[in-house]
Design a protein around this ligand. Structure first.
Ligand code: B12
Ligand code: SF4
Length: 437
């Protein structure tokens, strides 16, 4: 039997700075060795639709949903069975099942072997219900499938998945029902040793969701002398032992969801964990000092378009990011992902645009507002969020943000990270704005 794994692009966007698709490498790792497996990454190579195969497995995320359905249709036209899984298939199975012979809900670890057995007998079921679970127990990622493709030189892996918090806009919180699951430290280290790089991206939704579990991992990372990045919630700064271990274990920095600098906005999105009982600015000042003292090159993530946001508050958020000389920052237009509390609220208030299904709409473009914001027009939100991204990633900003001797100028390696990745993200910001999905 031959299995073809596909990672769809967003629309027809060709990505010059792609990372290895961990979901598919993991899936290949659960596949019995007698099955031939090939992988095509639509973001960087053409898909050979006419190449013979027995089953096509596509991972579906919301931005790439339209493209995923196009790819599925090409294969099904040729009589090849298609199974779809991933975040979007889990959060919106009714939609995704219209485009596939079979859909897979939730994590695949415990049930993928059944899919393969059924496919071998030509008896694929229409729906498989997996369950949120520990990442990749007793299996390794099939990294050989990434060879020869132009991925960034960083190895992706997962220690944990899920997050204990309940931010109203977050698809991960819905997918995992605010639970988290950890792989054993021993198996995580084994995965790291099974490949040849020493720079890693733990794609955990929140690597510090459980402080003690994170500390156990960080202690074992210290002797490996590696560099790593991940995603983490800012309340980690309240635990000095955690921060010390994080720095000693080679952490360069984390994506941190600041989302907003206004306390009332943070409370309204149920992200009070960012505040530590204080007002936005005040809490962040203290937390940022701790991050800087530990040399963290922070990727600050903001979402703009919350109910208290105005064009002015977006400008203040931009100033905050520039003043703090963040290594990287994202100003994402707040988007209602299906099956989240935010989606349900906006739907109930009649504020959704594009018939409530922006990800399928012919006229929707990447990073556009998809609902009516409370205190500005949708166009103002789209423009201001692009203005913030463009300004933060301008050449002048790249030049002025570098001057931080605790973070970006801490040593030549840190400076290298800053200088290599900032121009890449600048190019991507300008190129991706307004593309078709
Ligand atoms: C790492 C990551 C990235 C990396 C990309 C890495 C890469 N390979 O290119 C970066 C930082 C670049 C990134 C970018 C973006 N990301 Co991202 N990303 C993630 C993250 C944190 C982890 C994904 C991962 O690798 N998980 C590890 C693997 C092993 O787990 P998995 O993907 O869940 O797969 C398991 C199951 O779902 C299932 N499965 C998955 N696919 C399939 C397919 C089949 C057939 C089957 C049977 C099973 C199956 O099996 C796997 C094992 O159990 C997720 C959060 C999350 N928890 O999913 C967000 C997430 C997927 N990203 C998201 C978004 C929005 C984006 C961006 C669009 C952000 C932006 N505004 O630009 C971009 C664009 C991505 C793109 N498609 O081009 C959203 C998607 C929302 C949604 N409803 O679909 C998520 C869920 C984050 C969130 N909090 O909302 N991302
Ligand atoms: S802290 Fe981050 S991962 Fe956790 S629920 Fe909030 S947005 Fe989602």
């Amino acid at each position: 039997m031959k299995l073809t794994l596909i990672y769809p692009a967003i629309g027809r966007y060709l990505d010059e700075a792609c990372m290895e698709p961990l979901s598919l490498g993991a899936l290949a790792g659960f596949t019995p060795p007698d099955v031939e497996v090939v992988l095509y990454d639509d973001r960087l190579e053409p898909i050979p639709f006419d190449e013979p195969t027995d089953l096509v497995a596509i991972t579906v995320q919301i931005y790439a949903a339209r493209r995923s359905y196009e790819i599925a249709a090409e294969y099904r036209k040729r009589g090849v069975k298609v199974i779809m899984g991933g975040v979007h298939a889990t959060l919106l199975p009714e939609e995704v099942s219209q485009h596939a012979d079979s859909i897979f809900i939730s994590d695949a670890e415990n049930l993928w072997h059944e899919v393969i057995a059924d496919a071998k007998q030509g008896k694929l079921k229409p729906v498989y219900r997996g369950a949120a679970t520990t990442p990749q127990p007793d299996t390794l990622t099939r990294r050989d499938l990434y060879k020869g493709k132009k991925y960034l030189p960083i190895s992706l892996l997962q220690f944990g998945r899920g997050c204990r918090y309940v931010c109203t806009f977050c698809a991960v919180s819905s997918y995992f029902d605010h639970r988290h699951f950890y792989r054993s430290v021993a198996q995580t280290i084994e995965e790291m040793k099974s490949q040849d790089r020493n720079t890693f991206f733990f794609v955990d939704d929140n690597i510090v969701s459980d402080h003690e579990a994170a500390k156990a991992l960080f202690r074992e990372l210290i002797p490996l002398k590696i560099h790593w990045v991940s995603q983490a919630s800012i309340d980690m700064t309240h635990d000095r032992e955690l921060m010390d271990l994080m720095a000693k274990s080679g952490c360069l920095g984390n994506v941190i969801g600041f989302e907003s600098i206004e306390a009332k906005s943070l409370r309204s999105m149920h992200k009070g964990q960012n505040l530590k009982g204080k007002h936005g600015y005040e809490a962040y000042a203290e937390q940022l000092n701790i991050l800087r003292d530990h040399g963290m090159q922070t990727w600050a993530a903001f979402t703009v378009g919350h109910d208290y946001d105005t064009p002015d508050s977006i400008l203040r958020t931009l100033d905050f990011a520039l003043e703090n000389k963040f290594t990287f920052a994202a100003f994402n237009t707040l988007l209602p992902y299906p099956n989240t509390a935010l989606y349900r609220k906006l739907e109930a208030e009649g504020r959704l645009l594009y018939d409530g299904k922006w990800w399928l709409h012919e006229e929707y473009r990447y990073n556009q507002a998809a609902f009516r914001p409370a205190l500005m027009t949708p166009d103002e939100l789209t423009e201001m969020s692009y203005h913030a991204r463009k300004t933060f990633n301008s050449v002048g900003s790249i030049f002025s943000r570098v001057w931080d001797f605790k973070t970006n100028m801490r040593n030549p390696y840190r400076l290298g990270v800053y200088l290599v990745y900032n121009p890449i993200f600048r190019k991507e910001t300008l190129k991706k704005q307004g593309i078709r999905l």
